[in-house]
Ligand binder design. Structure first.
Ligand code: MEV
Length: 315
């Protein structure tokens, strides 16, 4: 038997990093996907083939000995094999359209699609259970995840996410486009999140004031999204970016990219962990081409994305 699942990548529109400390974030899934195919095999192994690397481990290998970014797949396969007392192995194929390590949710999409495809070999599961499994798998490479990325990759759409309370979909028909520009500087989310933790520990009062302001900003954003207020949203992106600069996740290249994108967009900011990765710029139909050509003129790799409303898909 072969099972297959796909999950979208994501961008964080507002609230990355602060979401780890209990502040709400606004995210959306994007129309770039990871597809995972899984099949049971007679060999005593877990074999992973992907366009982001390959891995082959025996069933009894300890998780502590694995340092590959493909580790979540091994966790998922082992968990199911143990739960169902199976003695054979699993082969997993991963095909990703999402650039990895640049803040677009490629590893979360892998965890979600991986959890769905692998568990489907053994049982019928709800999206909620798959999300739980995906977050467990993600914690094997990033212990302190807020769970935001896996949640939006599972359910898709535009959502508000709270680490304690979970998510709620934002019911609006936004008429904006997002341009993503990639700095091509790979980052480790775990390292950047741990640097922000150090910043917080040295600047408790400053950080807590920013958390309060970020929360107010997110609450304003929710109204603007419902009203399609692109000017207002763009201004909030600029304000959010100021906080991201203060907590130290920006750099010279990202600042230059944001400056260029701001010339013709409503606003731009880093998306995701930062320290490298991508920026997003907000546009409508009228300025989309202009932003892209301005960024391309400066040799920045960029593309536009639409919101993915489907989320996890199994077939
Ligand atoms: C990474 O995409 C988002 C962060 O807020 C981390 C997290 O929410 O787990 C930086």
């Amino acid at each position: 038997m072969i099972s297959k699942a796909s999950a979208p990548g994501k961008v964080i529109l507002f609230g990355e990093h602060f979401v780890v400390y209990g502040i709400k974030a606004i995210l959306c899934a994007i129309d770039k996907r990871v597809t995972v195919t899984a099949e049971k095999i007679p060999e005593n192994k877990i074999i992973i083939k992907s366009n982001i690397g390959e891995l082959e481990v025996s069933l009894n290998k300890s998780m502590n000995e694995i340092s590959s970014p493909l580790k979540p797949f091994v966790y998922l396969a082992n968990k199911m094999i143990k739960k169902y007392n199976q003695s054979e192995g699993i082969k997993i194929y991963v095909k990703s359209e999402i650039p990895s390590g640049v803040g677009l949710g490629s590893s979360s999409a892998c965890c979600v699609a991986g959890a769905a495809a692998i568990s489907k070999l053994f049982e019928k599961t709800s999206k909620e259970k798959i999300l739980e499994l995906a977050i467990e798998a993600e914690r094997t490479i990033f212990q302190n995840t807020s769970g935001a990325d896996c949640t939006v990759c599972t359910f898709g759409g535009l959502m508000e996410y709270d680490k304690e309370k979970g998510f709620s979909q934002i019911k609006s028909e936004p008429n904006f486009h997002l341009v993503i520009a990639n700095s091509n500087i790979e980052h480790s989310t775990e390292v950047v999140v741990s640097n922000v933790k150090q910043f917080k520990e040295k600047n408790e009062e400053k950080f807590s004031i920013m958390c309060q302001k970020e929360l107010e900003l997110v609450n304003r954003v929710k109204i603007m999204l419902k009203n399609n207020d692109l000017q207002g949203l763009g201004k909030c992106m600029k304000d959010n970016q100021k906080f991201l600069e203060i907590i130290g996740i920006s750099n010279e290249k990202l600042r230059k990219m944001i400056e260029k994108a701001e010339n013709s967009s409503f606003g731009a900011k880093i998306t995701g962990a930062g320290g490298g990765g991508c920026i997003i710029a907000l546009s409508d139909e009228s300025n989309l081409e202009k932003i892209i050509s301005e960024l391309k003129m400066n040799d920045y790799e960029c593309f536009s994305v639409k919101i993915d409303f489907k989320g996890l898909d199994t077939f």
